[in-house]
Write a new protein. Structure first.
Length: 141
C-alpha cells in the first residue's frame, strides 16, 4: 500500500540538483516521478524511483542529505476530477493532506500523498475500496 520516497535536502544554488541526478544516473536508477518544493535558501527534492533503497544508499555515499520515507499512493483513472474525488474522501474523514503530487504512468493517474493520520488514511482507503499502489506495482504499469 506504500511507496518509498526519497527526500533530498538541497541548498538553492547552482550545481546541487545535478549532483543528485548524476549520482542516480551513475547507479543506473530510473526516476519515476519527482517534485521540488523550495524556499529562498533550500529545496526539498522528493522522488519516486526504480530502486529506492539502493538509491538512498548511493546518495548517502556521495554525502547527499537524503531521507527515506513511506508515502501512500492511489491509482486513478485518467479523467478530470478523479484526484478531487479521492482527496474529498480523506477530507470528509477529517484527514489532512500534508503534501501530494500526481503523475501519469501508462494511462493511469498516480496520486502520491502524505497525511497527518496514516493509520486512519489506510482505513479510509480500505473501507472505500480505493485502488492503492504498492512499490512493486509500479513495475507492472
Amino acid at each position: 500500500m506504500t511507496i518509498h520516497q526519497l527526500s533530498i535536502f538541497m541548498e538553492n544554488r547552482s550545481g546541487t540538483l545535478i549532483k543528485v541526478l548524476e549520482a542516480l544516473k551513475e547507479a543506473n536508477i530510473q526516476i519515476v516521478a519527482s517534485t521540488i518544493a523550495d524556499t529562498a535558501d533550500y529545496g526539498i527534492y522528493r522522488l519516486i524511483c526504480s530502486e529506492p533503497l539502493r538509491a538512498y544508499e548511493e546518495l548517502q555515499k556521495k554525502g547527499i542529505a537524503v531521507a527515506l520515507s513511506s508515502v501512500l499512493a492511489l491509482e486513478l483513472d485518467d479523467e478530470p476530477g478523479r484526484a478531487a474525488d479521492a482527496i474529498k474522501t480523506f477530507s470528509e474523514a477529517g484527514i489532512n493532506i500534508v503534501y501530494m503530487y500526481t503523475f501519469l504512468l501508462k494511462g493511469k493517474g498516480i496520486l502520491v500523498f502524505r497525511t497527518d493520520n496514516r493509520p486512519k488514511a489506510i482505513e479510509v482507503i480500505l473501507n472505500n475500496k480505493l485502488k492503492y499502489i504498492a512499490e512493486e506495482d509500479l513495475s507492472k504499469f
